[in-house]
Design a protein around this ligand. Structure first.
Ligand code: ARG
Length: 572
């Protein structure tokens, strides 16, 4: 059902016959025709023939009559394809009749572990955790929709030396006061107060140190206090997830402590494989090919002299668990770019140890920073890290104002729903619509704008189509056959048939800005169609076909935004 693939397959046959071997015809959308192939140009040298000759021969051999209304060779050897309206009509009619909109589930479903969100206990989530949560959530939705078995792994920072000082601070405050501070999200002041005492007070420091030893030794009381810190922080994180409308639940917390029992066997195995080396105050692994600025090999710290394990050791245990015990073949780590090298090193060690071998693969889904209008890392006015809950609340408040201005007739109860969808959607979309590798500037004005590549624009486009159906008097619309005639219908059809290939490309690259960009182009093309082609005022089959085009567009917008984690209210 994927037009691009159909065209590509047909041209591939012709090209392969001409080149006497497989050729990727590189079929792309083009300004000069609906689609263009420029493969003849790159083949010219290999075949020692002028590219135009090759293109002309491919042109005469290719069987495209049922798909194209015009095929021509242009310029130095491009092949330009104009897709036939009846072919578009056939493809769209099939898409419209399919609840999956023509997007088949994966023929090779995988078990995928997505490591994302991962805030730290008793510490405010920062905007980096926001990005990880939003991108990871989109990955979960998209891969699940394509039929993969997805395991959401929230690698909470819930273990390590800071817990000595955190537990001692908890004891100073009293359990109930501490629990209260944490559950209402006062994580930053809790953490900072503990840190301040740790830095200023030697007696406290000593208590904290002893507490770490007790924690590692499994002391009952200490473990109970530790659990209290974890539970209260988790409660707080869950309120953020709820507000953010992401799929993470309490079942998805697989914090660092989850791997504690695996650390000794992992260390043992590394040792037996001859990978472990003593570097003075820790047992380390030095993966090949990683050196610091001084040229010295870089270590993954496995076990420190005091018996504690490093962050990297936990990641090694997690990989081994994910491939061996869970049977995952795709491991995704949605973590900021500063940790890229850490993950490359961990993957290298895991490969050496035999815990990450084909078909299993690990990918770092890295992302840049969120910047303030000053171009520096986004911070509050006081220079602290931004409190996420405050940011999300502000988004919803701003969106409520927008909704009231846009539609004064909307009842206040509906405003609340719309505000949430639009406010949270705007934040997510601003994130997902930029190439994730890049930094982006957090800008309320732009993300909440009703025109441009924004969530409100797309949500509004969707709601506007739904309103056509409300006005149509049709109760339950079922699409009949679609036929394409008008150039604006043709343009819309070309976008609609492309949905599947965009989704499958994002399945591999997890470049959500490509899906976002696609949805934006679709909505803009729809608006051109709606301007030029009367729908409710048309009659008979034309009206039915155009309604079916409207419905298909709305369903793709709805599904596409859902895959990005964004809600689509029916009215706005
Ligand atoms: N808790 C870490 C942080 O806040 C992120 C953890 C990422 N995942 C992992 N498997 N290391 O930086």
């Amino acid at each position: 059902m994927d037009l691009e693939k159909l065209l590509s397959d047909r041209l591939a046959q012709a090209f392969s016959a001409v080149a006497d071997g497989p050729v990727d015809p590189v079929v792309r959308r083009s300004q000069h025709a609906d689609y263009q192939s420029d493969a003849a140009l790159s083949l010219a040298r290999r075949l020692g023939r002028p590219p135009r000759d090759i293109a002309t021969e491919v042109f005469s051999r290719a069987e495209l009559a049922d798909l194209c209304s015009a095929v021509e060779v242009s310029g130095p050897g491009f092949i330009n394809l104009t897709v036939a309206d009846p072919a578009l009509g056939r493809l769209l009619s099939r898409m419209a009749a399919d609840t999956r909109l023509g997007v088949a589930a994966s023929a090779a479903p995988q078990t995928v572990v997505i490591d994302y969100s991962a805030p730290n206990v008793a510490k405010e989530m920062h905007v980096g955790h926001l990005r990880s949560t939003v991108i990871g959530d989109a990955a979960v939705r998209l891969l699940e929709w394509l039929g993969h078995r997805v395991i959401k792994a929230n690698h909470l920072g819930d273990w390590g030396t800071p817990f000595g000082m955190l537990i001692e601070h908890l004891l100073d405050l009293g359990e109930s006061e501490a629990a209260h501070e944490l559950s209402v999200g006062d994580l930053d002041s809790f953490y900072k107060a503990a840190r301040a005492k740790f830095d200023a007070d030697d007696a406290f420091k000593e208590r904290a140190r002893r507490r770490v030893v007790a924690l590692q030794g499994g002391d009952e009381l200490t473990l109970r206090l530790w659990r209290l810190l974890v539970t209260e922080s988790e409660k707080y994180f869950l309120t953020v997830y709820d507000q953010l409308d992401v799929l993470l639940t309490e079942k998805d917390f697989y914090g660092e402590s989850y791997y504690n029992d695996m650390l000794a066997p992992v260390t043992e195995e590394l040792d037996q494989l001859g990978l472990l080396r003593d570097s003075g105050d820790a047992a380390c692994v030095f993966p090949e090919g990683f050196a610091g600025r001084d040229g010295q090999p870089l270590p993954i710290i496995v076990r420190k002299r005091d018996g504690g394990y490093g962050y990297g050791a936990t990641d090694l245990a997690a990989i081994r668990h994910r491939t061996r015990d869970i049977g995952a073949t795709r491991l995704l780590y949605v973590v900021g770019l500063p940790q890229r090298q850490h993950f490359e090193m961990v993957y290298a060690v895991a490969r050496q140890a035999g815990w990450l071998s084909p078909p299993a693969m690990a990918e770092h889904i890295g992302f840049g920073s969120i910047l303030g209008s000053d171009g520096k890392m986004l911070r509050s006015r006081a220079g602290d890290s931004i409190k996420l809950v405050g940011l999300l609340d502000e988004a919803v408040t701003r969106a409520a104002d927008l909704a009231r201005r846009k539609n004064p007739d909307l009842p206040e109860a509906a405003i609340a729903d719309v505000a949430r969808a639009v406010g949270i959607g705007a934040i997510k979309y601003a994130d997902l619509s930029t190439d994730r590798i890049k930094d982006y500037v957090f800008d309320w004005q732009r993300m909440l704008s009703l025109d441009g590549n924004t969530a409100p624009y797309l949500q509004y486009a969707h709601a506007r189509i739904r309103s056509i159906f409300r006005r149509s008097g049709i109760d339950q619309f079922t699409a009949g056959p679609i036929s394409i005639g008008h150039p604006a219908e043709h343009a819309l059809a070309l976008e609609l048939v492309n949905f599947g290939s965009v989704v499958t490309s994002v399945e591999h690259t997890l470049e959500f800005h490509r899906l976002a960009g696609y949805l934006h182009t679709l909505a803009a093309t729809f608006s051109g169609f709606y301007e030029h082609c009367p729908v409710l005022r048309a009659a008979g089959e034309v009206r039915d076909s155009r309604l079916a085009l409207c419905d298909l567009t709305a369903r793709i917008l709805h599904r596409g935004l859902y895959l990005l984690g964004i809600a689509t209210p029916d009215r706005m």
